[in-house]
Design a binder for this molecule. Structure first.
Ligand SMILES: *[C@@H]1O[C@H](CO)[C@@H](O)[C@H](O)[C@H]1NC(C)=O
Ligand SMILES: *[C@@H]1O[C@H](CO)[C@@H](O)[C@H](O)[C@H]1NC(C)=O
Ligand SMILES: *[C@@H]1O[C@H](CO)[C@@H](O)[C@H](O)[C@H]1NC(C)=O
Ligand SMILES: *[C@@H]1O[C@H](CO)[C@@H](O)[C@H](O)[C@H]1NC(C)=O
Length: 466
């Protein structure tokens, strides 16, 4: 409040005290107190959707900075019948000096009619309401064709893809978003305010379509607590670090690559996650006739060709060709590549490198094309895609000059991927280039007539590794 305004108020009080009592509200003194009060912080912010455990459920998460009950109110458009579910509130204290206190509200909108559009808002009558948003309930069963925007590494500055993603979400050219790690840069910065900005920026995406997330290395401060508290993912560990869900003809599995890199979280988490993954793959494989595609996502790649001297290549100074063998991305290969291969995982999608890169079908550093002319038709190994270029302040990540033989297409441009899970046999991966007006500059059909554990024979090939 400006000093001049306060002096006007003081002047008004002075006048009221002397003669003009008739013309001022009785509560003149009370008005002055209001000026000194902090603003009401019970209004809902950071509204975002995520899929629930059941297909007929949608979860909405939001923040208030003061205590208030909160609810989600939802209805079919034009319907006078409104359904209301109260939120459950958890208190999250950011790890910074200010120990800012967040009231994280979660409400489960249940009994949704498949494929129907609902309008909804969150909040309450005393604290205030959010805008009226809308979403489409998840279609039932495997027989529909989800289209999903997939990316990682999106900042609250230079977030190049945000505008296009907002349009895609609001006009429903996508059904969901998979954000594979690294948010805001970083969510805990400035005592969580950078995260707050980011959550406000993505509200016009995530208020309309489910925003499914994976954890990245930038979420590591205070034991990943900003990530664990701000999002709400179904099942798994209950904190969004590892979980899975069915979506149309696919089973989607998300895990934390960061357990392998920030060991201070607790080494037992590596074992816990791996056991969970194996159980989840086993269950998914019993259900492959119904949900044939098995898609796995995590923040870090297993194969990459960027020249950042740590992830993809060991320092060139060693001059002994190890750069081709790969840097930190080897860790995930050693840890999980066999598990994914044996489970018959169709696709592994990651981010972390601020670029887009598509590999030929690959396992154990061997290319296993379906055939030379149709490498992605019945390939004998998973397809690896890196899509970490949605935009953030440090910009692009450059590539090694030499294109490794496994790398089929790569670009440093800003953009994101669009995954069309068309039907039981066909899946389309597109790269949307935000530096070329959203033009699709790379696209492949992955075609598979058989899915399942033990269907690959890449391990039998004696092709030369590098
Ligand atoms: C970090 O968070 C994870 C997930 O909640 C928890 O299992 C682990 O014990 C925490 N580690 C530490 C060191 O607090
Ligand atoms: C690196 O690889 C090239 C080509 O395979 C080979 O000619 C060269 O001797 C290798 N250098 C070292 C130091 O191993
Ligand atoms: C895989 O297929 C692509 C496209 O035809 C080709 O360029 C590449 O050399 C193939 N790799 C192997 C090892 O056959
Ligand atoms: C699956 O989708 C592809 C691509 O659109 C189409 O060619 C094919 O006929 C579809 N398969 C079935 C069984 O509908």
């Amino acid at each position: 409040m400006t000093a001049s305004y306060i002096s006007v108020v003081k002047l008004a009080i002075f006048i009221s005290a002397s003669s003009l009592v008739c013309c001022l509200p009785q509560s003149g003194k009370h008005d002055l107190t209001l000026q000194d009060d902090p603003p009401d912080q019970r209004y809902p912010q950071h509204v975002h959707l995520s899929l629930g455990v059941a297909e007929t459920e949608m979860v909405v998460t939001w923040t208030t900075f003061q205590e208030t009950p909160g609810a989600a109110e939802y209805s079919l458009p034009m319907s006078p019948q409104k359904m209301t579910v109260p939120s459950t509130v958890t208190i999250f204290i950011d790890g910074g000096d200010e120990h800012r206190k967040y009231y994280i509200h979660r409400a489960h909108m249940t009994h949704l009619k498949p494929s129907q559009v609902y309008s909804y808002r969150v909040g309450d009558e005393s604290g205030g309401w959010s805008p009226l948003f809308s979403f489409r309930a998840t279609p039932s069963g495997p027989n529909w064709s989800p289209v999903v925007a997939v990316y990682g590494d999106l900042g609250n500055r230079n977030g190049r893809s945000i505008g296009r993603l907002q349009t895609e979400a609001q006009y429903e050219t996508i059904n969901a978003v998979f954000h594979i790690g690294d948010f805001a840069y970083d969510m805990q910065e400035d005592n969580g305010r950078v995260g707050d900005d980011f959550m406000a920026q993505i509200e016009s995406i995530a208020g309309y379509v489910p925003y499914m997330t994976a954890v990245g290395n930038h979420e590591n401060p205070y034991n990943f607590s900003n990530y664990r508290n701000r999002f709400s993912m179904p099942g798994g560990d209950g904190e969004g670090l590892f979980y899975s869900f069915d979506y149309g003809p696919a089973h989607i599995v998300i895990f934390s690559s960061e357990f392998y890199f920030f060991l201070n979280q607790g080494l037992e988490l590596i074992a816990k996650q791996k056991l969970w993954l194996m159980k989840d793959f086993e269950a998914a494989n019993k259900n492959r006739a119904e949900r044939p595609w098995l898609i796995v996502q995590s923040h870090r790649p297993m194969y990459c060709s960027n020249n950042d001297d740590d992830d993809c290549s060991i320092s060139k100074e060693l001059e002994n060709n190890v750069s081709l063998v790969g840097g930190a991305c080897r860790v995930l290969r050693y840890a999980l590549e066999d598990t994914l291969y044996e489970a018959g995982v169709d696709m592994y999608i990651s981010a972390h490198e601020h670029s887009y890169e598509r590999a030929w079908p690959i396992y154990d550093r061997k290319i296993c094309n379906g055939s030379y002319d149709h490498p992605y038709t019945d390939p004998s190994a998973p397809v690896h895609i890196i899509t970490g270029s949605a935009g953030m302040q440090s910009g692009h990540d450059a590539f090694e000059t030499e294109v490794p033989f496994w790398s089929a297409y790569r670009t440093q441009n800003y953009g994101y991927s669009r995954l069309h899970i068309t039907n039981a046999t066909h899946m389309l991966v597109e790269w949307v280039d935000d530096e070329q007006d959203g033009k699709v500059t790379d696209s492949i059909w992955v075609i598979k007539n058989k899915h399942g554990a033990g269907t690959y024979d890449c391990h039998l090939k004696e092709e030369k590794r590098w």
